[in-house]
Design a protein around this ligand. Structure first.
Ligand code: AMP
Length: 283
């Protein structure tokens, strides 16, 4: 496994791999790797002769007052974990190399990027779309692997890849969870023991909502309201949003009329820690 810091050196490596007929599978991350990330990397070995994992805490996707400064960083540990999971290359650029003085170009996905996470975190998806577009031009992957954990991110980036004619196949990997259902996240380490104990209520509320829909509930607000009740009665979490939306446009549903793909999602704060989770289903 090799670690590359310099974007032009990464581009050269990608060009060489492509020239020798190798397929490149790419897993972008912000590091603090956990079993969710490692599942993506392991899956990637089935899609590429060469697996590249990027580790970059991208400043442009964090808003003012968010956790950019305290986001956990440990490149040596992450690189060892990535190598063990099957990564051939770790690309770990500095912020200065990705956004040098005078940097002025951003990718903005209209519409869908302004909903849900985009509403709570203005500018977040502009940063995500920009960095993933740049990373695709640097790593030159054939296959890009993303986690369903960030469900809206998948939809936004799929749109971007299509709109910008970026010739990459997108593979979405199911959310990896702790035994009690909590979605694995680099931010779970911020939780106090008490918050950690309460946090599984998030996935429980998603499962309850899914079950209601599968049993025939057709009023989306009834489902959202039941989720809110379950979260507030079962934890000290402060709800940012709960959503029952169309799976393609993320437009909030009122009456549910199958056949329909639905994304049930939420964002809840436990103290300063903001957790997100979702379930996608087809009715
Ligand atoms: P992050 O480091 O949070 O930017 O995540 C990097 C990639 O890993 C994204 O595609 C995430 O959706 C994915 N990911 C993060 N947590 C999980 C999880 N628990 N299960 C599956 N994929 C995940």
């Amino acid at each position: 496994m090799i670690i590359v810091h310099d974007p032009p050196a990464m581009q050269q490596l990608a060009d060489d791999a492509r020239k020798s007929g190798k397929t490149i599978a790419f897993v972008p991350t912000m590091g603090a790797l956990h079993a969710g990330h490692l599942t993506l990397i392991r899956k990637a070995t089935g899609y590429g002769d060469s697996v590249v994992t990027s580790i970059f805490v991208n400043p442009t996707q964090f808003g003012a007052g968010e956790d950019f400064d305290r986001y956990p960083r440990n490149l040596d540990k992450d690189a060892a974990l990535a190598a063990e999971a099957g990564s051939d290359v770790v690309f770990a650029p500095s912020a200065g190399a990705m956004y040098p003085q005078g940097y002025a170009t951003f990718v903005s996905v209209e519409g869908i990027a302004g909903l849900l996470e985009g509403q709570s975190r203005p500018g977040h998806f502009r940063g995500v779309a920009t960095v993933v577009a740049k990373l695709c031009l640097i790593v030159k992957p054939h296959v890009l692997l993303l986690g369903q954990k960030d469900g809206q991110q998948v939809i936004v980036l799929r749109r971007m890849l299509m709109d910008l004619n970026i010739p990459v196949r997108l593979v979405v990997v199911p959310t990896v969870r702790e035994k009690d259902g909590l979605a694995m996240s680099s931010r779970n380490v911020y939780l106090t023991p008490g918050q950690r104990e309460e946090a599984p209520v998030l996935y429980a509320s998603l499962r309850m909502a899914e079950q209601r829909l599968r049993e025939g509930e057709r009023n989306a607000e009834t489902v959202r309201s039941a989720m809110r009740d379950m979260i507030t009665s079962g934890s000290h979490g402060v709800i940012d949003y709960v959503s029952v939306a169309r799976g393609d446009t993320l437009e909030e549903l009122s009456v549910i009329a199958p056949p329909l793909s639905v994304m049930i999602s939420l964002a809840v704060r436990f103290g300063p820690t903001r957790l997100i989770d979702n379930i996608s289903l087809t009715l």
